[in-house]
Write a protein that binds this ligand. Structure first.
Ligand SMILES: CCCCCCCC/C=C\C/C=C/C(=O)SCCNC(=O)CCNC(=O)[C@H](O)C(C)(C)COP(=O)(O)OP(=O)(O)OC[C@H]1O[C@@H](n2cnc3c(N)ncnc32)[C@H](O)[C@@H]1OP(=O)(O)O
Length: 243
């Protein structure tokens, strides 16, 4: 699955909906046993959640958006398919969550391709289920530092901390992802799927048990004046960077 939402594969409501529909189709087609998620935007896996879906929007829109974000996460995280991330670009925040929700992550060795939950750098916080997935992946202490400082790990650090499973030369990302897929597909589906569910269900259940409250918390948080100001400042910084 090649993500194509130029210029930066931001996860807008429309793009999330497209991804959800595509995933659902693949899940329902029994001829598919695995997917490799990668990007069609040069140098960018995904810029994460679309800031314009959270800035200057009314509460109803923010609620609709957050529901779609939750939906995509649950679908990827709990997918019965083998999901491999072929991460061929930078993946901050929501892009990192998408990567972390794969069963295996292969990152291209380019110092620009940083990965991490950088929410604090935007003046916002990573929701508890983003945090849970990071803690599950790199452990409590490393996650505690990474989350507070908004670390974006370059490939060598990402491998060391375990946020990705493999770092390979850029031209080998897709072929490596395909070899990894072959290994994973050698395992009988039912055994692998039940095991995946056993490991991941408690984390997903934490959100499933309080989805509506999570949406309300998000809407309240993102609608605060101080948070809207932080988003404004961050968006201005992105604009100014262009010069
Ligand atoms: C009580 C508790 C309640 C809990 C509440 C929890 C709330 C938590 C809420 C949300 C969690 C947030 C998760 C996220 O994912 S936030 C997004 C994080 N993403 C980033 O920080 C990346 C920002 N982008 C960049 O750093 C760069 O754009 C880049 C490195 C990805 C690419 O750089 P470059 O190629 O130089 O492109 P430009 O910077 O020029 O960007 C092109 C164009 O795209 C716009 N843009 C970039 N990123 C985003 C984005 N994430 N959303 C929307 N738009 C984006 C950028 O502004 C440019 O636009 P243009 O000027 O109009 O061309």
């Amino acid at each position: 699955m090649k993500m194509r939402n130029p210029p930066v594969n931001s996860l807008s409501l429309e793009f999330l909906t497209e991804l959800l529909i595509s995933l659902e189709k693949l899940e329902n087609d029994k001829t598919f046993r695995g997917i490799i998620i990668t990007s069609d935007c040069p140098g960018i896996f995904s810029a994460g959640l679309d800031l314009l879906e959270m800035y200057g929007r009314d509460p109803a829109h923010c609620a609709e958006y957050w529901k779609a974000v939750q939906e995509l996460w649950l679908r990827v995280y709990l997918s019965n398919l083998v999901v491999i991330g072929a991460i061929n670009g930078i993946s901050p925040a929501g892009g990192c969550l998408l990567s972390l929700s794969c069963d295996y992550r292969v990152l291209a060795n380019n110092p620009k391709y940083a990965i991490g939950l950088n929410e604090t750098l935007l003046g916002i916080i990573a929701p508890f289920w983003f945090k849970d997935v990071l803690v599950n992946t790199i452990g409590h202490r490393a996650a505690e530092r990474a989350l507070q400082l908004g670390f974006l790990f370059p490939p060598s650090d990402a491998l060391q901390v375990g946020i990705v499973d493999q770092v390979v030369p850029e031209d080998q990302v897709q072929s490596t992802a395909r070899s990894v897929m072959a290994q994973w597909l050698a395992i009988p589906d039912h055994a692998r799927q039940l095991t995946k569910n056993l490991v991941r269900k408690p984390t997903a259940d934490r959100l499933l048990q309080q989805r509506d409250a999570d949406i309300q918390n998000f809407v309240r948080f993102i609608s605060r004046d101080s948070i809207q100001k932080s988003l404004h400042v961050y968006l201005e910084k992105l604009k100014q960077k262009k010069g």
